[in-house]
Design a protein. Structure first.
Ligand code: UDP
Length: 240
């Protein structure tokens, strides 16, 4: 069987929530982090350059805090800081597995991570380092999905792999509607027209305007990131 990856450079978007084990008090499950990093390693070993954008929803969501009375901008800055915590957990696990990593933060904190510098990130990817983007875009009112859309375009990635809890985009919420069916492929305009929420609207339009393909898939199946990268029919592909 052929093991030629379909993509040379990818952005993997991991939600913070994905790092939390169901029903656990811990925000970050070392077992899940290990599982995810094992998959990243497999993909990297295929020769793919991997950049990761990590969310923070397992620790803090700006909008939820805002709805409970906190000023939105402050709540969002807290959310961005949460992504740094997750990013360091990923970095630690990846390095323990023998990969070289760099964390780029959109909010300066020189003792913890390097400031985001686009050209440096690209150089590091060329040098086969795993680059982890934290602190979102550095701006409140945005999301880490928007960060993924932004960084993917900036570093010339060919695709965004959006790891979620469901294995793709469905005609309706598969948890609520048993008759919902999965799309293997869908266009941006179809997804918009059908009001299927692939990403928030800022992130989605950034992808659509720049023709950045998105693949939505279930990360918890152990081989899935690799299967996506090998071009197997996993999840849903969103393109123009
Ligand atoms: N956030 C932000 N600007 C950004 C990215 C993230 O303000 O550019 C904040 C926002 O409050 C968000 C939180 O960080 O709720 C965590 O990010 P996100 O919700 O995207 O994480 P995920 O859902 O992927 O875990």
């Amino acid at each position: 069987k052929s093991l030629k990856p379909k993509y040379k450079r990818i952005v993997l978007k991991l939600s913070g929530e994905a790092l939390k084990a169901r029903g656990s008090m811990d925000n970050i499950s070392p077992e899940i982090v290990h599982q995810v990093c094992t998959q990243i390693k497999e993909v990297h070993e295929l020769g793919v350059e991997v950049a990761v954008v990590i969310g923070g929803g397992n620790i803090w969501r700006g909008l939820s805090a805002h709805h409970r009375g906190m000023e939105r901008a402050t709540a969002d800055y807290m959310g961005m800081l949460a992504t740094v915590i997750n990013g360091l957990a990923l970095q630690s696990a990846l390095e323990q597995m023998g990969m070289t990593t760099r964390v780029h933060t959109a909010i300066r904190m020189d003792n913890v991570a390097e400031p985001f510098i686009r050209r440096r990130a690209i150089d590091q990817l060329n040098e086969r380092k795993i680059v982890i983007f934290v602190a979102g875009t550095g701006n409140p009112f945005f999301s880490t999905d928007t960060t993924a859309a932004l960084r993917a375009n900036e570093i010339g990635a060919e695709v965004i792999l959006k790891a979620t809890k469901v294995d793709g985009i469905y005609t309706a919420d598969p948890f609520k509607d048993p008759k919902a069916t999965k799309y293997d492929r869908i266009t941006y305009s179809e997804a918009l027209g059908k009001r299927l929420s692939v990403m928030d609207s800022t992130a989605f339009s950034l992808c659509m305007d720049n023709k950045m393909p998105i693949i939505v898939f279930d990360m918890m199946k152990s081989d899935n990131i690799k299967r996506v990268v090998l071009g197997k029919a996993v999840g849903t592909l969103v393109t123009s």
